[in-house]
Design a protein around this ligand. Structure first.
Ligand SMILES: CC(C)(COP(=O)(O)OP(=O)(O)OC[C@H]1O[C@@H](n2cnc3c(N)ncnc32)[C@H](O)[C@@H]1OP(=O)(O)O)[C@@H](O)C(=O)NCCC(=O)NCCS
Length: 176
């Protein structure tokens, strides 16, 4: 049986679509956000917490169709390997944050960079003017992604009880 793709955004290796709260998505979300090796600042305790988190982040992005949390599906296998998001930053208020989170087993294959590049392009094509990423100073893979996207360090903020470097990038030209 052929599978109908629900991808909203495609990269060379990944299909991106927004999370649902069906059981498969909740299990996949939990495999990322329930893993303290990935979400070291406060992982989900169980599937119920993961489902609640999906509801929460979906609601957070509901006011702007450019924003959202996207499941990253590896096209070759159909496996959900990560998450990427565009959402209102909790701090500084008014900024839009680009985020990336890869399941532990799928890190180190360039998927974080690939998904982040696609969401940056989607965000700017949707009219966003400026994107930020907030990264703790020793998170070398995240810093590498921010730099590869062309983001520059502009500030330091405290979040989840620790200092984060704010990386930022502005849209180069108006959307036609
Ligand atoms: C950050 C994260 C998404 C990176 O995803 P990934 O798919 O493994 O990243 P990539 O494979 O695209 O690699 C990103 C870069 O980090 C580099 N990198 C990886 N580990 C590194 C390390 N220990 N030191 C320095 N650079 C490192 C890679 O070499 C790559 O750069 P390159 O292409 O120039 O070689 C992943 O590590 C993760 O989910 N971490 C936990 C969640 C997290 O911290 N999210 C971000 C919060 S700000």
């Amino acid at each position: 049986m052929s599978r109908v793709s629900t991808a909203e955004i495609r990269t060379p290796r990944l299909d991106l679509r927004r999370w649902t709260t069906d059981d498969r998505d909740v299990a996949a979300f939990f495999s990322i956000w329930g893993d303290p090796r990935v979400i070291w600042w406060g992982h989900c305790a169980d599937h119920d917490a993961a489902r609640t988190a999906i509801h929460r982040v979906t609601a957070r992005c509901a006011d702007d169709p450019a924003l959202g949390w996207w499941a990253l599906t590896e096209r070759a296998t159909g496996a959900i390997v990560g998450n990427a998001c565009l959402q209102p930053a909790p701090i500084p208020i008014g900024e839009i944050e680009l985020g990336w989170h890869l399941a532990f087993a799928h890190q180190g294959q360039g998927y974080g960079t690939e998904a982040a590049r696609a969401l940056l392009a989607h965000g700017f094509a949707s009219g966003l003017r400026r994107l930020i990423a907030e990264v703790v100073p020793l998170n070398w893979p995240s810093i590498a992604i921010a730099r590869k996207l062309g983001m520059k360090p502009v500030d330091v903020v405290e979040r989840n009880g620790c200092g984060h470097v704010v990386f930022a990038i502005e849209r180069a030209r108006p959307v036609a």
